[in-house]
Design a protein around this ligand. Structure first.
Ligand SMILES: [Zn+2]
Length: 309
């Protein structure tokens, strides 16, 4: 219910009051001391149970208080899905970082001009880990955040559909880079379920063409050299504009325009929290930076206490 608003000083409150995101904060005031007392009590209980307080525990509790005040928008990147077995392509140990040739598969120019690249891409899609991956505790934490009425939107750079599978309303999941669960024709734009096209590949069509117009089919994901969907971008910007808290999870915040959403949120008075294993280009401007593993930190932020201490 409310966060300890006074702890952040008058400057933060003044800034917050300017933007549309500032509405509703006043009502949260007054619950602060009670919340702090409860947090302190829980901390004491967990110590009595022999739990070792994790580093940054106070920060997690503080951010959990902000989440509980509602109006949260979360931006997720590859880091949230690695625990589900989906590889991070751009990270330090990423597929593309270690093997730049593999990146060719994801460039639209190569895809359109080289049938070999398309045939190889269809084989990659058949084997994609998204077909068997299941949501991990971090995805589940965001579903919980939505059930609690605190989450406005999940903006994701991932194509794996795990937020929807975890229980987030598909209408609240904004997929910046598209989805691997659908195909799109590069000529007529017709979309269809990926599974049906993969069935054709398995039946021997190495490079299945659009059944409407004969054009080149591709997964409905954004490849290098392909522009993003404007309506999707606008939805993401609007969500960032009207949130009270913007949490960036598992993203290095180096890929635009996704990273620019942090600026949109900040400029409209939202608090910004960065939760990522490595440093990001927005650490310096974030209100809080959390380095703990996403799989434990995000459930804490969502107000889920670890089972068994
Ligand atoms: Zn077509």
């Amino acid at each position: 219910m409310g966060h300890a608003g006074g702890r952040n000083g008058p400057r933060r409150e003044a800034r917050a009051a300017q933007g549309p995101g500032g509405t509703g904060r006043a009502e949260a005031r007054g619950h602060g001391p009670r919340k702090e007392a409860r947090a302190a009590q829980e901390e004491r209980v967990s110590r009595e149970e022999g739990a070792v307080p994790v580093e940054g525990s106070e920060v997690l509790d503080e951010v959990a208080g902000w989440v509980a005040a509602g109006g949260v928008v979360v931006l997720t990147g590859a880091g949230i899905s690695t625990d589900s077995g989906i590889p991070d392509f751009r990270g330090p140990n990423g597929v593309w970082t270690r093997n730049p040739e593999a990146m060719k598969l994801s460039s639209i120019d190569h895809y359109v001009t080289d049938p070999d690249v398309r045939r190889q891409s269809w084989q990659e899609r058949l084997r994609h880990p998204a077909w068997t991956a299941t949501p991990n505790p971090a995805h589940e934490a965001l579903a919980r955040m939505e059930r609690d009425g605190n989450l406005t939107a999940v903006i994701t750079q991932n194509i794996d559909g795990l937020h929807q599978r975890a229980g987030n309303d598909p209408a609240k999941v904004i997929e910046l880079h598209g989805t691997i669960f659908e195909t799109e024709c590069l000529s007529c734009g017709a979309r269809g379920p990926m599974r049906a096209t993969l069935d054709r590949v398995e039946r021997g069509e190495a490079d299945p063409a659009c059944e409407e117009c004969g054009g080149i089919l591709k997964s409905a994901t954004i490849s290098f050299g392909q522009s993003m969907n404007m309506a999707t971008l606008e939805a993401a910007a609007e969500a960032a504009m009207f949130c009270r808290l913007f949490v960036a999870v598992g993203t290095s915040l180096t890929v635009y325009p996704a990273a620019g959403l942090v600026d949109v949120a900040r400029n409209h008075g939202a608090r910004v929290v960065v939760l990522n294993a490595a440093g990001t280009s927005y650490d310096a401007v974030a209100d809080r930076v959390i380095r703990e593993p996403i799989g434990t930190a995000l459930p804490r932020i969502a107000g889920i206490r670890a089972a068994g201490g």
